[in-house]
Design a protein around this ligand. Structure first.
Ligand code: NAD
Ligand code: ZN
Ligand code: ZN
Length: 388
């Protein structure tokens, strides 16, 4: 079959590889009909989360069940499913606590205090490096889905792939940032990053009754997209003070009730190697987290959805303490929210496909990575179609 594999920094290729096979009675094989490129894939592509051997990327995918192991009673050949991005057993300590991104059975080798680049790493994701379990992902014609009796959700025939594809990751992720903050209604929510995750957080904020949704980005075209698709008020990032002042002026001077960080580390695009990228990280995109801490009101909540994978020495513990801020971050528990969010989609409460800017055959995936990373051609989200 054909699969998009990472070979090195900014080197992704569509290769011919062996078809996946069932390896466990709880596995399923899915024929992928649609799959998307995520901002998280860019961390691997940029070399910020290195992958030492070729691996098929992709954790946002859906398709048709081809084959199921004998332990998978809920699915049969021909079912059409979306698959949440964490690989989770459904029964361990962490799965019992609705933390599928920390499942200890899906990534036992990296569970423990010395688990590689990051500390105390458990949990696995599709197509997200050996650190996250070493599983091949879904930017391919077929994918093996472990624990298929726990993850995949059947989707109604009357909804198109593009209407439901983002239930795999970015919609539950955006929703998680709002849910962690306990948004109940009336809140001012400020979202940093008008990429796919930030826009999904904005849509989720409205679903949960926010009174005002502000979104910050360095790219005007992404702010335009956020306004068109999520009715969010845009602030173009110029500097920390300007952004914080504008957010305060839109929240009676107090600051936002909730700030959502949907950027993550962004190594300087002009820098080549990982070491330089990490140095730049310390001076660069951590500024977004600092701005969240400044722009949130006293007693407010900061949700960190953006991925960080190195320490941050200038963490503003003084603001955290003085303002009594609650801070939470991590992989989104997609399994926890996917059913309620599928209902929102099928009831017509929210539309997800309006953020897609490019639809490409899998064979053009490398081009998709280039335009999404480098923000060419007003790219906001790329969907790959393995069958065209
Ligand atoms: P993206 O790269 O398309 O979006 C990031 C956005 O941040 C871009 O629009 C960029 O212009 C903007 N940005 C850069 N610097 C900024 C600044 N100083 N101020 C404001 N905006 C700035 O990626 P995405 O797909 O939207 O993902 C966003 C982040 O969420 C990534 O770090 C990704 O890895 C992470 N993510 C986390 C989870 C999770 O479970 N927590 C799931 C999916 C994605
Ligand atoms: Zn993703
Ligand atoms: Zn588990």
């Amino acid at each position: 079959m054909k699969a998009l594999r990472i070979h090195g920094m900014r080197d992704v290729r569509v290769d011919n590889v062996d078809d996946p096979e069932l390896q466990d009675s709880r596995d399923a094989i899915i024929r992928v009909t649609s799959t998307a490129i995520c901002g998280s894939d860019l961390h691997i592509y940029n070399g910020s989360i290195p992958q030492p051997r070729p691996m098929t990327l992709g954790h946002e995918f859906m398709g048709i069940v081809e084959e199921v192991g004998r332990g998978v009673g809920n699915l049969k050949r021909g079912d059409r499913v979306v698959v949440p991005f964490p690989i989770a057993c459904g029964h361990c300590l962490f799965c019992d606590h609705e933390l599928p991104g920390h499942c200890e059975n899906s990534n036992p080798e990296h569970y423990g205090p010395e688990g590689g680049l990051m500390t105390e790493k458990g949990g696995a994701l599709f197509g997200y490096t050996d650190l996250y379990g070493g599983y091949d992902g879904g930017q391919a014609e077929f994918v093996r889905v472990p624990y298929a009796d726990f993850g995949p959700r059947k989707v109604p025939d009357n909804l198109t792939d593009e209407q439901v594809l983002f239930l795999t990751d970015i919609f539950p992720t955006g929703y998680t940032g709002i849910d962690w903050a306990g948004v109940k209604g009336g809140e001012v929510v400020a979202i940093f990053g008008a990429g796919p995750v930030g826009i999904m957080a904005a849509k989720s904020a409205w679903l949960r009754g926010a009174s005002r949704v502000i979104i910050v980005d360095t790219q005007q075209y992404r702010l335009d997209k956020a306004r068109q698709t999520a009715h969010a008020e845009g602030i173009l990032w110029e500097n920390h003070k300007q952004v914080v002042d504008e957010i305060r002026s839109k929240s009676k001077g107090y600051g936002a009730d909730v700030c959502v960080e949907a950027v993550g580390f962004e190594p300087d695009r002009s820098l080549g190697d990982r070491a330089k990228a990490v140095i730049n990280l310390e001076k660069g995109s951590d500024k977004v987290l600092l701005a969240c801490m400044s722009a949130v009101r006293r007693g407010g909540f900061v949700s960190v959805l953006g991925v960080y994978s190195s320490p941050f020495d200038n963490f503003p513990i003084h603001q955290f303490f003085d303002k009594g801020i609650t801070l939470k971050g991590g992989q989104a528990p997609a399994h926890k929210h996917i059913d309620r969010l599928l209902k929102h989609v099928s009831d017509g409460d929210v539309r997800l496909d309006d953020i897609i800017s490019h639809r490409l055959p899998l064979s053009e995936a490398a081009h998709g990575y280039d335009i999404f990373r480098n923000k060419k051609d007003n790219c906001t989200k790329v969907v790959l179609k393995p069958s065209i």
